[in-house]
Design a protein around this ligand. Sequence first.
Ligand code: BES
Ligand code: MN
Ligand code: ZN
Length: 492
Amino acid sequence: MNITLSTTPAATTKTGTLVLGAFADGTFPGTTQAIDDASGGKLATIVKRGDLDAKTGSTLLIPDLPGVAAERVLLVALGKRAELDEKAYRTALAAAGKALASGVAESAAVTLAELDVPNRDAAWRLRTAARLLADAAYVFDAPRKEPLSKRGANAVTLLGIESRAEHALAVAQGLAVAEGMALTKDLGNHGGNVCNPAYMAHTASALGKEFGFEVEVLERADMEKLGMHSALSVGRASLSPCKFIVMKYSGGGSAKPIVLVGKGMTFDTGGVSLKPSANLDEMKYDMSGGGTVIGMFKTVARLKLPLNLIGLVMAVENMPGGNASRPGDVVRSMAGITIEILNTDAEGRLVLCDALTYAERFDPACTIDLATLTGACVIALGAHASGLYANDAALAAELLAAGQGSGDRAWQMPLWDDYQPQLKSNFADMSNLGGPAAGSITAALFLSHFAKKYKWAHLDIAGTASVSGDAKGATGRPVPLLAEFLLARAAG
Ligand code: BES
Ligand code: MN
Ligand code: ZN
């Protein structure tokens, strides 16, 4: 998507679709009022008649409005004037984006970015608008006999905004976040037969070539030498060998790097502790943490952010088989900590622990891991928030704020050692199973043992990385949260 800024008057702007906001009480923001005047009060009449549902984000398409150069007007309900907050702003922009993405118009002029949002500046509004408009236009290029016909507005002008450098930068940031999300979504939406560990490694390597950052792929033998027996135990029975992907983006001189660690389970059958069949297809999304890391690198490299970033993706497939791990097996992690595998379906922590140990060598400013780790987190928080755990209060606060700022929210959960007895093993230092109570917490607590040497946060994204049902698909989360976090860090 191409997004430009302009201060030409809305009425005379030649475009396919002119997007205007309307408040729930029938009053209009300034620009909409000007258009209503130009149309001889037609907009007000239509709104009074009740054609536009008052619910925030409802839309109404009006072709050939008199007095307006645009071919059609898209009215977007903004909710109550006094309640126009970040959430309403995002809802309105996302709704506009959705309508534009499915409409016939190839160009659009959007006036919503000039709305005032309490406590947020123009840069935030532009970044948010660009991201939401571009993200709404995402389509997975699914393999089909007849490719889908392309629709939607690809050329968008944000009206009422001076094209100053800081504004253009905010738009570029929003577009880059959407671009990273699109890559994360693509990786997630591919079936496990396409997006296997080698595919993830290849995607990362190609990205590194395109943007000029370093990517190293460690093979099974390399991992063996490092002592990553825990991670390797998960991938044993797959015909697609494990790949440990190490990405290095250097834009920050001698600053300590931020390390992102991603669970890249390209398919999670559960292994010998086989999962039931219902919705098992959705375990293709179990690589979303790794997909998020790769997507983030696209965003960061596109924006040439002045920071150092390390990405560690454990790309593994969890399959049953004659040489698969069995419940009761004990493995030694790279950290030396031995683990009794009581359930081969609790595999995420088994791969992440070795990646977290590997992270130590980078002397990180902080390490953040992303993982579709537990069904228990879905029960606790549903699809609205990722579960956040951290061994550092300031880092947790930063990530929570980034979640608020992006609308891609997280909610902090406890890492109290009171839960530790649930991980006790009679045959090893720890078991990989915490029992039915507090499953997301015990999984995080397991990981915390491998993250003692640096500031660490863990995002359990099992509920947020994909959606089920009619709109089934990857969401690209938590790319927006991490982008907000990294943009804030880059700004110092
Ligand atoms: N990948 C799953 C977690 C998951 C569940 C992600 C639902 C997305 C949606 C993970 O590997 C898993 O199977 N976790 C088990 C852990 C249990 C065996 C301790 C779970 O949550 O049931
Ligand atoms: Mn599992
Ligand atoms: Zn899993």
